[in-house]
Design a protein around this ligand. Structure first.
Ligand SMILES: [Zn+2]
Length: 250
């Protein structure tokens, strides 16, 4: 018999499997990112089915080499409802982002708590939700030990509104330093709106009500984070749910 594990998890995604089972991607407080098979669960009543973005206390059989965790028991510990479809779509972006993270076991709890506070914050938020996702992204970057200060010029190190960035290394420059760049190859000049959001990103919670986001600004900031991710992780950050969320904007 395999070992039993008890863990509190947030459900990130689910996929139907065979006639009655479900494959579940979850972020566990102790276990980090795990894949679970819930056998026969779709034949049970709705209240048993694990729902995306909710938290459960799970009892699982630990996987043997190359296998998935097997669900034994589940208890709902936190249900999350999003009245606003934009907030819900933003919450899904956070869940998809978490699935892509390689988390070292001693940081499982930090990632779990980061996601929980992100998901909880969005429930009653009555303002633009998307910057909250960018803040999550920025916090994950910090957890990975990388430094991303979106309010400091890479050249003069002063706290100034960012004016532009170079795409290959995702470094920001203020207006004066941009003019002094020797070879401004692949330079992207930021729109005023994108520059302002990036400048306030660490404390964006205080500015959400002032923001009116246009689709072009959103794409600009999403592109920035993609460039950053590629430059530092050498892999692309393509989130399906983020393209869905962009559809909410004009
Ligand atoms: Zn500067």
């Amino acid at each position: 018999m395999s070992t039993l594990i008890k863990d509190r998890v947030t459900i990130l995604n689910t996929y139907p499997y065979s006639d009655s089972s479900l494959i579940v991607k979850a972020l566990g407080k102790l276990s980090g990112n795990i894949d679970i098979i819930a056998k026969g669960i779709r034949k049970k009543s709705d209240s048993f089915i694990l729902q995306v973005l909710n938290d459960y206390e799970l009892t699982l059989y630990a996987p043997r080499e190359g296998e998935l965790h097997l669900l034994k028991e589940s208890n709902l510990t936190q249900e999350r409802h999003y009245q606003n479809p934009k907030n819900w779509a933003t919450a899904l972006c956070g869940a998809e982002l978490m699935q892509k993270q390689l988390i070292s076991p001693d940081e499982n709890r930090q990632y779990y708590e980061l996601l929980s506070s992100f998901l909880d914050f969005l429930i009653d938020l009555d303002a633009e939700p998307l910057p909250v996702f960018w803040r999550l992204l920025n916090r994950i970057i910090h957890l990975q030990g990388l430094e991303l200060k979106t309010c400091i010029c890479s050249s003069c190190r002063q706290k100034k509104p960012e004016y532009a960035y170079t795409r290959h290394d995702a470094r920001f420059y203020c207006q004066r330093c941009t003019q002094e760049l020797a070879q401004p190859r692949d330079l992207h000049i930021l729109s005023e709106e994108a520059g302002r959001i990036l400048f306030h990103l660490d404390h964006i919670g205080n500015h959400l009500h002032e923001l009116k986001l246009s689709k072009s600004t959103i794409q600009e900031i999403n592109d920035y984070f993609e460039d950053y991710y590629l430059a530092h992780n050498r892999k692309t950050l393509k989130l399906k749910s983020l393209s869905v969320l962009e559809q909410f904007y004009i």
